[in-house]
Unconditional design. Structure first.
Length: 117
């Protein structure tokens, strides 16, 4: 059974940076696409960024393009999200997601990011 644990969230001032990490356990995810999503207060969960299994393809939501960078280390079974130039509207719970199959995925428990103005 795959288990994902996010870390790195916290409180930061607008314009600052944070790096989120997601550690997977239970099996190697080196052949699986990974993604970050977020849920802002009062909003539905939304897509942030995704990276394919070999890091050749990375896709970002328009709202974070140019500010966030997704990466992965298959040797450590981790995926990260570097977040720069943070804005108050980036305040959200950030979730890691692993695509295990066409209709199967697993979520982490989330990590809170709060950006103060």
């Amino acid at each position: 059974q795959v288990h994902l644990v996010e870390s790195g969230g916290g409180l930061v001032q607008a314009g600052g940076s944070l790096r989120l990490s997601c550690a997977a356990s239970g099996r190697s995810l080196s052949r699986n696409d990974m993604a970050w999503y977020r849920q802002r207060p009062g909003k539905d969960r939304e897509f942030v960024a995704t990276i394919n299994y070999n890091s050749f393809s990375r896709v970002y939501a328009d709202s974070v393009k140019g500010r966030f960078a997704i990466s992965r280390d298959n040797t450590k079974n981790t995926v990260s999200l570097q977040m720069n130039s943070l804005k108050p509207e980036d305040t959200a719970i950030y979730y890691c997601h692993a695509q295990l199959g066409p209709q199967q995925g697993v979520w982490g428990q989330g990590t809170q990011v709060t950006v103060s103005s």
